[in-house]
Ligand binder design. Structure first.
Ligand code: RP5
Length: 174
């Protein structure tokens, strides 16, 4: 995590969400995006959630990533109080597998959007990539990094394809 002024805030409802949200931080590190990580709960620390949302924009934050589980109100509560884009990451949960978090995060009533990504680590990773894509809108050097990231992914899949095709299969005539 960079010591510079954070452009992205990664919030989590509980420290138990950390291992999942770490994926978002790793992606932002890869792209050199200064960010912060905070534990702030919509239920357990509602005043801190409100203060965060009221002051994030004036601190220079551009995008908020909020991960929470179960009755996951964090992203929606933050979105209600800031005009910054909020990306919600539903946590995987032990009781309902994360469907609880997903529905709580994605089903915002019209008027207050939360851009909701997939449950768990894939969602955390994609939340960061979405934040990079938004920041890249007016940063050509970041856009180039994002394009290179996609290109590397394409090359990796092509390599996998070649490896799978090279595996001898009984009865396939090789
Ligand atoms: C939510 O409740 C948190 O985001 C977490 O995913 C879930 C459970 O929290 P703990 O009981 O593990 O602190 O607020």
């Amino acid at each position: 995590m960079s010591e510079k002024q954070p452009l992205v805030s990664i919030l989590m409802g509980s420290q138990s969400d950390y291992e999942t949200l770490k994926e978002a931080s790793l992606v932002l590190d890869k792209f050199g995006i200064a960010h912060e990580m905070r534990v702030i709960s919509a239920h357990r620390t509602p005043e801190a959630a409100r203060q965060f949302a009221l002051t994030a924009e004036e601190r220079g934050v551009k995008i908020v990533i909020a991960g929470a589980g179960k009755a996951a109100h964090l992203a929606g509560v933050l979105a209600s109080t800031t005009l910054l884009p909020v990306i919600g990451v539903p946590m995987k949960t032990s009781d309902l597998g994360g469907l609880d978090s997903l529905l709580s995060t994605v089903q915002m009533p019209g008027g207050i959007p939360v851009a909701t990504v997939a449950i768990g680590q894939a969602g955390a990773k994609n939340a960061a990539l979405l934040a990079v894509a938004i920041l890249a809108l007016d940063r050509p050097e970041l856009r180039a990094k994002l394009a290179a990231y996609r290109e590397a992914m394409t090359r990796a899949v092509e390599k996998s394809d070649a490896e799978v095709q090279a595996i001898p299969r009984p009865g396939a005539g090789n």
